[in-house]
Design a protein. Structure first.
Length: 275
């Protein structure tokens, strides 16, 4: 698949909506079957009107890896155009969605231009800062997705180990935390990875995103996706056979970004649960 980010930047698209919001300038446009949202000049969401549940953007394709956890309840931080809502509603059929979005204009835009294409029956949509919601939350979720940076800005909570401890508390016993990180400095990524390794007992998986400077970090409260490299490759292949757009990932890319043993096995698969 060619880079859709570059394609959409160069097309002559029809403007559908624009405003100056708390998150920065919002611009909604459409070109052929693609409806896409830009926030502060950055491509935030892309929906294929012919296949709305397809993950179009590179980071969304990688986040689809979390479907291996088969979550029944999901907490999402960051709404945008609802890309992650649509792709996690199918094919695994998650039963309960809760989404925190701090910007009222994004919520209004989603409801007007994206909501009718989202096959989600049970959605609690909250206008709230995830940094306020998590510490007060008394529920637990199978999956928490933090996709909260707008443009070049990432919230300070992603630099706070105390926030990740609260996320850990809000996960079910086998819950999974997914963090979308924009890497501007390697030192920031290293700090985040070390914090997550401490909170999640070293059980993290880092996946680089093609065509951009993002890294998706998966942190496991319980057992990880797989028991070995071979098992992971088999599960990834099975998952990709069900997706409109496969997860763009190879075992070699994982080995290059994560701690591995001398035999090439990822350390993650062999860490025993101590908590």
């Amino acid at each position: 698949m060619s880079n859709i980010l570059e394609q959409l930047k160069s097309v002559d698209a029809t403007p559908l909506f624009s405003c100056l919001s708390e998150a920065g300038p919002l611009s909604l446009r459409q070109a052929e079957q693609y409806r896409f949202l830009e926030v502060d000049g950055f491509m935030q969401s892309v929906m294929d009107l012919r296949q709305p549940t397809k993950a179009c953007l590179p980071h969304a394709q990688v986040i689809n890896l979390a479907q291996l956890a088969r979550p029944e309840s999901i907490l999402m931080a960051g709404l945008g155009g609802g890309d992650l809502l649509r792709q996690f509603a199918s094919p695994i059929g998650t039963k309960q969605f809760t989404c925190c979005e701090i910007c009222p204009d994004i919520i209004e835009l989603y409801q007007a231009h994206f909501d009718s294409h989202c096959p989600v029956d049970s959605l609690q949509l909250l206008q709230e800062d995830i940094n306020d919601f998590i510490p007060q939350c008394q529920r637990q979720f199978d999956l928490i997705i933090l996709d909260v940076f707008t443009g070049a800005q990432q919230p300070e909570c992603l630099q706070q180990e105390s926030f990740f401890k609260e996320c850990y508390r809000c996960l079910s016993d086998d819950g999974l935390l997914v963090v979308n990180v924009k890497v501007e400095q390697q030192s920031q990524l290293l700090q985040l990875a070390l914090s997550l390794r401490r909170v999640f007992d070293k059980k993290i998986l880092m996946v680089p995103v093609q065509h951009c400077d993002n890294v998706i970090v998966f942190a496991f409260k319980g057992s990880p996706f797989a028991e070995s490299n071979v098992d992971f490759v088999a599960q990834l292949g099975e998952l990709n056979s069900t997706l409109p757009c496969p997860v763009p990932l190879t075992l070699g890319e994982l080995q290059a970004c994560n701690v591995q043993r001398q035999d090439g096995e990822l350390e993650l698969w062999h860490i025993k649960n101590n908590k």
